[in-house]
Design a protein around this ligand. Structure first.
Ligand code: ZN
Length: 291
């Protein structure tokens, strides 16, 4: 775990999201949960040595952010956007397995020491958020403020958690740093708006959903990469390429790796990203390019 500020700790070097802890005078607030059980339990132990866990905040409902909710269910309130329940504990149908089996498979391959801690399916508590909000939510915990903002785009349920006293914002998958971006549930217009909004916050540290912690300058890079994707597909469409031809010929696989432990997802990401760009640009033209 990396100590980011006096009271903020994050883990950026595991498979799955970048989970974080903010320590307040009243105990810990967790932002997202680790996908490796070993790391998850270490983070919990580390937090509980200093006091109770007050809240868990989920920045989105994708499995890599909420898998560990089981270990918080019933212990503290869990907070998320009101749309988070729609896709909660669901993986894409193309994965061809249940969410539980998918999680066990990840643990078996990548966190074998944690496998014995995985509860049987009948005892696994999904840990749905029990406090939901629509636009903004402010919490005061001890002497810390937590300002939660709806920042959709990566999915329709993404939120960001701004902690002004630490000059830090946890933005979930609104930002991927140094690794491939997933477009499988994207709304480009919302995402650009959310990235612009994040640029207005007074922060030194942006904790992304995946990859190393960055500062505000990275927001330009992230937006530029999104534009590059759209430009590549848009240019191909201007030449009359079909969606299938775009999928076949366009790839940003050489630009950066997939986040830790997910190399096998590279083709899936490239394929779905091209299709998402194609569908978005096609809709902007009144669907003229739909195939
Ligand atoms: Zn993620």
């Amino acid at each position: 775990m990396e100590q980011l500020t006096e009271n903020v700790y994050v883990e950026t070097k595991i498979r799955g999201c970048d989970p974080g802890i903010v320590f307040t005078s009243e105990g810990a607030v967790f932002i997202d949960t680790a996908q490796w059980i070993t790391t998850l339990l270490e983070m919990r132990r580390f937090a509980l040595e200093r006091g109770p866990i007050q809240y868990l905040i989920n920045t989105e409902g994708h499995i890599d952010h909420i898998f560990g909710n089981h270990w918080f269910a019933g212990e503290c309130d869990i907070i998320g956007h009101e749309k988070i329940l729609n896709g909660f504990w669901k993986i894409p149908p193309s994965f061809n397995m249940t969410t539980y089996d998918y999680s066990v498979d990840v643990i078996r391959r990548q966190d074998p020491d944690g496998l014995g801690k995985m509860p049987p399916e009948a005892e696994y508590k999904i840990g749905f958020p029990n406090i939901l909000f629509s636009d903004r939510l402010s919490l005061r915990v001890g002497r810390h403020d937590f300002k939660l903002f709806y920042t959709p785009g990566h999915s329709d349920a993404n939120i960001s958690v701004y902690v002004p006293q630490e000059r830090t914002v946890f933005v979930g998958d609104t930002v991927f740093s140094g690794c491939q971006i997933w477009f499988h549930s994207i709304n480009f217009d919302d995402l650009f708006r959310s990235l612009d909004f994040l640029g207005t916050l007074e922060v030194d540290h942006i904790v992304p959903g995946h990859g190393p912690v960055v500062d505000k300058s990275y927001l330009f890079e992230q937006k530029a990469f999104l534009h590059e994707w759209l430009q590549a597909v848009g240019y191909a469409m201007s030449k009359g390429w079909t969606k299938e031809e775009c999928v076949e010929r366009i790839s940003f696989a050489g630009r950066c790796p997939v986040d830790i432990g997910q190399d096998e997802c590279m083709d899936y990401i490239q394929t779905y990203n091209v299709m998402a760009c194609y569908d978005y640009l096609s809709a902007k033209q009144g669907g003229r390019f739909e195939t």
